[in-house]
Design a protein around this ligand. Structure first.
Ligand code: IPM
Ligand code: MG
Length: 401
């Protein structure tokens, strides 16, 4: 009996190992990064998602189209709306991302993606894989870059979360070996670790930051986290002006709450699941998960999104129109930055700071005692078009010091 179960498990495990070794081989091949300045037009896909995603990504699209209207007119930028990433359509095709939607996504250069519902045990949906996780894997978006800033405390964090390995890459591939035994897999590769760690160091170097922190649990999860940490110390040798320190994820979550220590952290690089958890904590400190954007970057494609989910509860309670579009607008600013439109990116960020942190004339609460996302977007656009935007931003930020 046990032998039969073990043989079945071995077969599944062998397949997983084959796939992962093939992935390593693919990563070893030299890949060229997309040079956006050579593209004509740059195709921006807007993927609406579902739940509050449909509402807030429309607001972010309005903002993007607004700041890029000249480039759209001159043919430098083209927008493509991508429907079909709703939970209903995904369930209909029984796929995390239906094939035709995936082809459409691959036809874009960058993507702005609204939150999508991730089925969980016990809900009304079959247990298909998360669209986020699938998209990150299919487009090899290995770097999940999540900045968090709390200006008044001098906090300026940038998290580099590994996005295609760890506990996630095989998160839907674990299995019940017997009626009583379940097994999941966590994968770490030399190449997968190196590319995200290198990106963190490059970012630190470019921004004159002399500290990078690698976050693991390598004292306990010795093999996979051990490798991640080892690679970090190897890569660090190439950046002698930057000091690398290692923190364990448990104490790191505590230290982010320590007002005396937290602003000393700058650049953090960490495996997938730890990055997922700690960036929600960090975003909450910034003002809530609705305020944070997230970049998913690969060599060929890049996707920008909110860090939160589709909030089905808000939709069920009829509150979708009160959802905060700032996370998606922040993601739009990151997209602009990534494709080299630094000026519009800066304007969007400044208007976000003024509306959300400084002036706060209209406030979103997520409920009917606050503004709707539409009203907020109008307020935001009025600042974006204000000729005194930069001057006012400077005034506001000097007062808040
Ligand atoms: C995130 C989200 C996703 C993740 C979910 C929706 C699968 O929490 O982007 O952080 O866990 O990565
Ligand atoms: Mg998360």
């Amino acid at each position: 009996m046990n032998k039969e179960l073990i043989d079945q498990a071995k077969e599944k495990f062998a397949l997983i190992l084959q796939e992962q070794l093939a992935r390593v081989d693919a990563m070893k091949k030299i890949q060229v990064s997309t040079d956006y300045s050579l593209l004509n037009p740059i195709i921006i896909g807007i993927c609406f998602g579902d739940g509050i995603g449909e509402v807030i990504s429309k607001h972010a699209e309005t903002v993007l189209r607004h700041v890029l209207k000249d480039q759209v007119q001159s043919g430098k930028i083209a927008f493509r709306d991508i429907a079909g990433l709703t939970i209903e359509n995904r369930v209909k095709h029984n796929k995390a991302i239906p094939d035709d939607v995936l082809e459409e996504l691959k036809g874009c250069h960058v993507i702005l993606k609204g939150p999508t519902t991730t089925p969980q045990a016990g809900d009304q949906w079959p247990n298909i894989e998360s669209a986020n996780v699938a998209m990150r894997r299919h487009l090899d978006l290995f770097a999940n870059v999540r900045p968090v800033m709390i200006a008044k405390e001098g906090i300026d964090w940038c998290f580099f979360r590994e996005n295609t390995e760890g506990a996630y890459v095989l998160g839907s591939r674990g299995f019940d070996v017997s009626e009583d035994l379940s097994v999941d897999f966590k994968v770490t590769t030399e190449q997968g670790s190196e590319r995200i760690i290198r990106m963190a160091f490059e970012y630190a170097q470019k921004n004159n930051i002399n500290r990078v922190t690698v976050v693991t649990k390598s004292n306990v999860v010795k093999t996979t986290d051990g490798r991640f940490s080892r690679v970090a110390f190897r890569v660090a040798k190439e950046y002698p002006e930057i000091k690398l320190d290692e923190w364990y994820i448990d104490i790191m979550t505590a230290k982010l709450l320590d007002p005396l220590r937290r602003k000393d952290f700058k650049v953090m690089v960490l495996p997938n699941l730890y990055g997922d958890i700690i960036t929600d904590e960090a975003a909450q400190l910034q003002g809530g998960v609705g305020t944070a954007g997230s970049a998913n970057i690969g060599q060929k494609w890049a996707m920008f999104e909110a860090i939160h989910g589709s909030a089905p509860r808000m939709v069920k309670e009829g509150r979708a129109k009160y959802a905060d579009p700032c996370s998606m607008i922040r993601a739009a600013a990151m997209l602009l930055n990534h494709i080299g439109y630094l000026d519009p990116a800066k304007k969007v960020s400044m208007a976000l700071d003024i509306c959300g942190e400084y002036e706060k004339k209209i406030v979103i609460t997520g409920r009917d005692n606050g503004a709707t996302g539409q009203d907020y977007t109008n307020y935001f656009l009025s600042w974006l078009d204000n000729p005194r935007l930069e001057e006012s931003w400077k005034e506001f930020s000097s007062k808040s010091d």
